[in-house]
Ligand binder design. Structure first.
Ligand code: FES
Length: 166
């Protein structure tokens, strides 16, 4: 069987975690739900790029992938916010204070994890492990992974977005 597997959408090393899940299942289409879980846990949400990549890798029609992603309530599609802040709540990050980051951002911007602020500027999300435990606590600001983040730093970065765009 000759099947060249597509390359990940970017060289973000979080894709390796997703690839490992697919590999473990021999790139079988039955691994769809588990693979989507893996994307969600490492990125915090599912976006079009990820859904296309998973569809191609598992050779499943894109419509079916979208179907699964929107049918199950435990999946979150890419949030509507102009900016996204994904706080890792995996064990290493949790121990090093990730909940304080979530609490600080939540309180300051009146947004719960998984939600977007009323003005549509910021979506706050959580992930289970970004695969960068050495950087704990890790936070992804608009796709860029930052390590050893304090609540103050998180508020500062987000504050810059909020001020710039207004
Ligand atoms: S637990 Fe946060 S990166 Fe692994």
């Amino acid at each position: 069987m000759h099947f060249t597997k597509p390359s990940p959408p970017s060289d973000d090393k979080r894709w390796r975690i997703v690839e490992a899940t697919m590999r473990r299942h021999g790139y079988d289409s039955h691994a769809l739900i588990e693979t989507l879980h893996s994307v969600q846990q490492t990125f915090g949400y599912l976006d079009t790029e990820a859904l296309r990549y998973v569809a191609k890798s598992l050779r499943v029609p894109l419509s079916k992938v979208y179907g699964a992603a929107t049918f199950y309530h435990f999946f979150t599609l890419k949030p509507q916010g102009e900016h996204t802040c994904v706080v890792c709540m995996g064990t290493a990050c949790y121990i090093k204070g990730a909940p304080n980051i979530v609490a600080a951002v939540s309180e300051k911007y009146q947004v719960k994890p998984g939600e977007t602020t009323a003005d549509g500027k910021l979506s706050l999300l959580t992930a289970r492990c970004l695969g960068s435990c050495g950087l704990a606590p890790a936070v992804v600001f608009d796709g860029e992974v930052a390590g050893k983040v304090t609540p103050e730093e998180a508020l500062e970065r987000i504050g810059r977005w909020m001020n710039h765009d207004s």
